[in-house]
Ligand binder design. Structure first.
Ligand code: NSS
Length: 396
């Protein structure tokens, strides 16, 4: 039989002619056991070693296990229905270990660079990223309260105390369509830093991503092999990353047969076409004002574009980070909030941050599930998360 624990699998040999081991015949798939025995080298065993069992105790005899690994496609709806059990598969175990290394290395990176970790509220009262994807919560029937789309505004408040801050937290988006890269609840690693401009924050982003990928390569090559990931594609990921302006991106897309009008946002198809042939992530810099949320600072040299950038992962994966420089003057912010058809009253405390000793600052948000999806080479974001939530799925 093959035994599994969190460290991996090992083949066990039981001599059924021994009366005290005869009960091994009853053992069903996924039963839990305690055993003692002698570890022996055997080149025929899957891991090159096996255990010759001396003592055996059945701790939990399993009912017939509903999943047969060979019988199901990897991202089928059925496997999502039984995700609570599918987490035991080698494949999910490998993804979860990579995910663990990714989260750990985000903390390592920010802490080593002097950022403070902070915690922001999940109940909020005004949209950060537009009203269309807000989840409304009934908050004692008193007023409309929403689930946070991003901790950004709270991080901006916190830089006036701590200068360099980060948080890793869930963000919620009522994404009405089902795509391969959208969840309704995702993990968001966000950073904000005082006294920085767009270029400074891009540098932090590329250093962060290079660090994470490098840590995964140090710790998780075995897991990447289980996932059949082409590791050579990751070995290349070192800062600096490529930089393209939005205008240049439009030209490249035009040559590939995508006819976007200036001012239109890049969608998943455009991002795939753009990044297919890149061997490293690429920044798209300077999106038109209408593509980006109101808080982005407009470029003083070219006010129709923003000091913003998305970071797109290569091999067709597309956007993993959004960020940029923030508006630092109260009157400019109020004017832009109005221009976007929003009410400055909803953003009173956020505007306050510009009234009392404002400083230039920039920040970004990394979609951690998307990052895991790319690093693991997965075809769907649901595979990167233990219990995914999308428009149709909140079970298990
Ligand atoms: O909307 S973003 O582009 N930007 C923000 O939320 C900023 N307020 C972040 C900041 O500057 N502090 O989202 C950031 C990233 C985006 O690049 C994706 O990688 C990820 O968050 N993201 C998502 N991942 C999974 N599912 C969904 N629905 C999703 N939406 C964004």
């Amino acid at each position: 039989m093959v035994l599994r624990d969190s460290s991996g699998i090992i083949q066990c040999v039981v001599d059924l002619s021994k009366p005290h081991l005869k009960k091994a015949e009853e053992i069903t798939l996924e039963s839990s056991l305690e055993l003692t025995g002698v570890v022996k080298k055997d080149p025929r065993a899957p891991e090159g070693i096996e255990i010759h069992v001396d003592e055996l105790k059945i701790v939990g005899l399993a009912e017939p296990f509903p999943i047969r690994e060979s019988a199901v496609a990897v991202d089928s709806e059925y496997l999502l229905d039984v995700r609570h059990l599918w987490l035991r598969s080698r494949r999910m175990q490998a993804v979860l270990k990579v995910r663990d290394t990714v989260f750990k290395s985000i903390h390592e990176f920010f802490r080593s660079k002097g950022y403070y970790e902070v915690q922001c509220p999940m109940f909020i009262t005004a949209a950060v990223e537009g009203g269309a994807t807000l989840f409304t919560v009934d908050y004692f029937g008193r007023r409309d309260v929403y689930l946070t789309q991003s901790s950004q505004f709270y991080l901006e408040a916190l830089i006036y105390s701590l200068e360099k801050v980060y948080t890793i937290a869930p963000s919620f988006r009522a994404e009405k369509s089902r795509t391969r890269r959208h969840l309704t609840e995702f993990w968001h690693a966000e950073a904000e830093e005082a006294w920085t401009h767009l270029n400074d924050i891009l540098h932090v982003e590329e250093e962060l991503i290079s660090y994470i990928v490098n840590r995964v390569l140090e710790e998780r090559v075995d897991e990447l092999k289980v996932l059949k990931r082409d590791i050579s594609r990751l070995e290349n990921i070192r800062a600096p990353f490529y930089r393209l302006t939005y205008d240049e991106a439009l030209e490249i897309l035009h040559d590939k047969g995508f006819y976007l009008k200036w001012g239109e946002d890049l969608g998943a198809d455009e991002e795939r076409a753009l990044t297919m042939e890149f061997d490293k992530p690429v920044f798209i810099i300077g999106f038109p004002e209408q593509c980006k949320a109101f808080y982005h600072k407009n470029d003083p040299k070219r006010p129709e574009i923003t000091l913003s950038a998305d970071l797109l992962a290569p091999e067709g994966y597309g956007e993993i980070i959004g960020g940029g420089e923030r508006i630092e003057k109260a009157d400019e912010l109020i004017e832009k909030i109005r221009r976007f058809g929003l009410d400055p009253k909803d953003y009173e405390w956020y505007i306050d941050l510009r009234r009392y000793g404002s400083v230039p600052h920039s920040g970004f948000g990394l979609g951690v599930d998307r990052l895991v999806m790319w690093i693991c080479g997965l075809s769907h974001i649901r595979e990167a998360v233990p219990f995914p939530r999308d428009i149709r799925r909140i079970y298990p």
